[in-house]
Ligand binder design. Structure first.
Ligand code: AHR
Length: 514
């Protein structure tokens, strides 16, 4: 097996936002996972769990998408501001009709983002909302309530500038609610899954809705990065039709910066019970992110050859069958999920010239989470550890890395499939190469010859590996470290290295110019 790294063949900057998160009002993600309230016996800061915030902060999370998901298109932001005991109670129609107390609203979300060092990404309500409602949310978040601004050419004398005060009823309301400084929210989603729970639009109708909403989301403080709803999975037809309509009727508009697909690789077996074949099957499903990105970006390039619009995948991950007795979409997270995450992040790194953000679903207690909580207890999942190991890729320059390995065959009879033998990505930052390598083989280590092409000599500085004795390994509250990264010995200097990647593992190497 061979891994060839070509540092001179640069792909693009790996935007930190590729390592983004998603937190929806669903199950125990927000309530219990993030928010416990100020009066809770669980240690908190202004109602936000300290343990969860601390663990997330350590990942250097660049961005968090909120409040949904399907929830977003039934969410009315005014419900979530002002004194908490006066906020209305609503029904979460999408997720088990659970009561929504609105205790966690815009201010609490911004507080959470600041605590963990992430940028907020707010998903607006197109399905059941109004243009005015979304435009006002932008003003509420971003318009300054104090200070002055200069308006060129609007002065009393010809050619002179005018100086006007900031402030508006909505900005003043934000100040009255405790936040005089604007939230400066840059990332805004114009609806969620508008082909489904966000209004069941056709691509053409959604395109017109996008234009209508986005048309009023400007000149309200912070310059915005507007994200349109993309396809369900790799539905290239949705993309072609959306962009054909955009090009034909609205191309001059230009106020679209990101286009977001959703892809869940699903399951094979259940969260914790699966055969070796099902282990491979899920990894193969996860690897479908590669053709999705390739085909979606090609479809976008046909309309936007200058690549002004970034591709985003703002929901992705494994989606296992419901766990009896647990809240909606709660699922355990094994070593297999860790490999799903690693393979997916490697795909995004390899397409750093087009993919500008991704948001794994979801941060805490829902789907492929970073963290599980139970009352005051918290456990970090194997997926968390992949994010922690891969954080060195954030902001690096993705460089070409070619993985050559024999394919793994699985299944039987007419149902035989193949999975690549080794996979990964490489990036360069401040003279250090970060190489991430996934060995999906359930039982066999992979011996690989690594070659770095071009001038210069390198030295392996450190290597960390995430693996476990069993393909089913996972972390529990009473055994929280069954899957965790460990330093491993991989040494060498020059341009050629021999490394052994353990079976069922994710490895990150830090290789420095010597
Ligand atoms: O992440 C769970 C749900 O999956 C989201 O609410 C929705 O957007 C998607 O279908």
């Amino acid at each position: 097996m061979r891994i060839t790294i070509i540092p001179d063949e640069t792909i693009g900057t790996i935007r930190p936002e590729i390592y983004g998160h998603f937190a929806e009002h669903l199950g125990r993600c927000i309530y219990e996972g993030v928010w416990v309230g100020e009066g809770s016996p669980i240690a908190n800061t202004r109602g936000i769990r300290n343990d969860v915030a601390g663990a997330l902060r350590a990942l250097r999370p660049p961005v968090v998408r909120w409040p949904g998901g399907c929830f977003a298109d039934d969410y009315h932001w005014q419900d979530g501001i002002g004194p908490r005991d006066k906020r209305p109670r609503r029904i979460n129609v999408h997720w088990n009709q659970e009561p929504e107390p609105n205790s966690f609203g815009t201010h609490e979300f911004i507080d959470f983002c600041r605590m963990i060092g992430a940028q907020p990404y707010v998903c607006g309500n197109v399905g059941s909302g109004t243009v005015r409602e979304l435009r006002d949310w932008v003003e509420y978040c971003n318009w300054p309530c104090r200070g002055t601004r200069r308006v060129p050419g609007a002065g009393a004398d010809a050619g002179a500038d005018a100086v006007r005060p900031y402030g508006s009823t909505l900005a003043d309301l934000r100040a009255a609610n405790g936040s005089p400084e604007p939230f400066a929210v840059k990332y805004w989603g114009v609806g969620n899954e508008n082909w489904g729970c966000g209004g069941n639009f056709s691509p053409e109708d959604y395109c017109s809705e996008f234009r209508r909403y986005a048309g009023f989301m400007f000149n309200l403080g912070t310059p915005l990065f507007l994200i349109a709803c993309g396809p369900s999975g790799n539905d290239v037809e949705w993309t072609r039709r959306f962009f054909a309509k955009l090009k034909k009727d609205y191309w001059d508009f230009g106020r679209i910066h990101g286009y977001a697909a959703h892809y869940y690789c699903g399951t094979a077996g259940s969260a914790t019970e699966y055969s070796v074949d099902q282990w491979y099957q899920l990894l193969r499903q996860a690897a479908q992110m590669e053709p999705l990105v390739v085909q979606q970006r090609a479809a976008m390039d046909a309309f936007d050859p200058a690549r002004a619009i970034g591709l985003i995948v703002d929901e992705w991950g494994a989606w296992h069958p419901a766990t009896p007795g647990k809240p909606p979409l709660w699922q355990q997270n094994t070593l297999r999920d860790a490999l799903v995450a690693a393979l997916t992040l490697d795909t995004f790194n390899r397409h750093a010239d087009k993919v500008v953000m991704s948001n794994i679903a979801q941060t805490i207690n829902v789907l492929q989470s970073m963290i599980l909580t139970d009352g005051a207890k918290m456990v970090l999942t194997p997926t968390y550890h992949v994010y922690e190991m891969y954080k060195e890729h954030q902001g690096g320059t993705a460089v070409r890395a070619i993985f050559e390995a024999e394919k793994i065959q699985f299944g039987s009879g007419a149902d035989v499939h193949y999975l690549f033998g080794l996979n990964g990505s490489a990036s360069l930052q401040d003279g250090t190469l970060t190489l991430s390598v996934v060995n999906p083989h359930a039982t066999d280590p992979a011996q690989a010859a690594i070659r770095i092409l071009g001038a210069g000599s390198f030295r392996i500085e450190s290597a960390r590996v995430l693996t476990a004795a069993s393909i089913h390994a996972h972390n529990r509250f009473d055994e929280p470290a069954e899957v965790r990264p460990a330093e491993t010995k991989m040494a060498g200097e020059g341009t050629d290295f021999g490394c052994v990647f353990p079976a069922r593992s994710v490895t990150t190497l830090r290789i420095r110019a010597a």
